[in-house]
Design a protein around this ligand. Sequence first.
Ligand code: SF4
Ligand code: SF4
Length: 269
Amino acid sequence: MLIPVDEKPQFRCSACGSCCSHIRGFIPEQDRAFLKEYAFGRLPVVQLVPVERMTFPLWDWEASRFRQWGKEAGIDPRVKPLRVIYDEGKGTAIVLSYFMDAETDACPMLQERKCAIYHTKRAYVCRLFPFNRSPVSDPSSSGMDARSYFGECGAMEKILPELPADRENVVPFLMEAFPNGEFLNALQNDLTIEWSNRTIIELMQGKRLRPAMNLPYEELKKKMLYSRQVDFTDFLVECGHLSKVELDLLLQRFDENEDAREWVGGHEL
Ligand code: SF4
Ligand code: SF4
């Protein structure tokens, strides 16, 4: 049944700070199980810290911005490598994502219950909440339950009961229910994950990357910690996969959620 236009609920973040106060242990149960199974040596991308210690992941270009914004705000965001590929060909650790190794469960940027860098673009993980995932990463391609897209957020009370149960209606509903772009941010983050997975495969097929796999985890971790480190996007330029100009255009595309807008366009009936 269609909801009359004037009754459609819209999300309004109450700025309670709850999501930013608990950046450790935020991972949904099914993602946690996947990481424990595959993220510690069975795939090219290897996680350097236990699932219990990790916090929100930051893409490498976001981590660079956080270091700069932290400096400007007089805060150490404690940015450390999270997911890394060890290239046996060049003996290089390629850092795909970082995390803030916060001293408490709260984000280091949270000061007196306010985000000290709210005026900046921040990171996808900051801008997509209350989403944990989007239809792009929905493991159930047919009978999906859009409730599983969301983490704990008190401002979702009016939205959750109105969620359509079918994919056909859920995308337009979420576009309208999140006028500040949280849904587009969640889509773009998932599409960027897809891009990174695709790119790693292309690099391997083009013999530009030879990831170490199936080594004992501690051995792999030692290699990663004591070898030259390079950010994934810098590596793309370094190995000739992209020019610097192409990389800048790509990051601009991600920043402007262009892939998410195209995805939504392709799902409008
Ligand atoms: S997204 Fe939800 S949990 Fe986070 S600050 Fe806003 S209302 Fe609070
Ligand atoms: S950077 Fe700001 S918005 Fe992002 S998690 Fe930290 S406090 Fe929250």
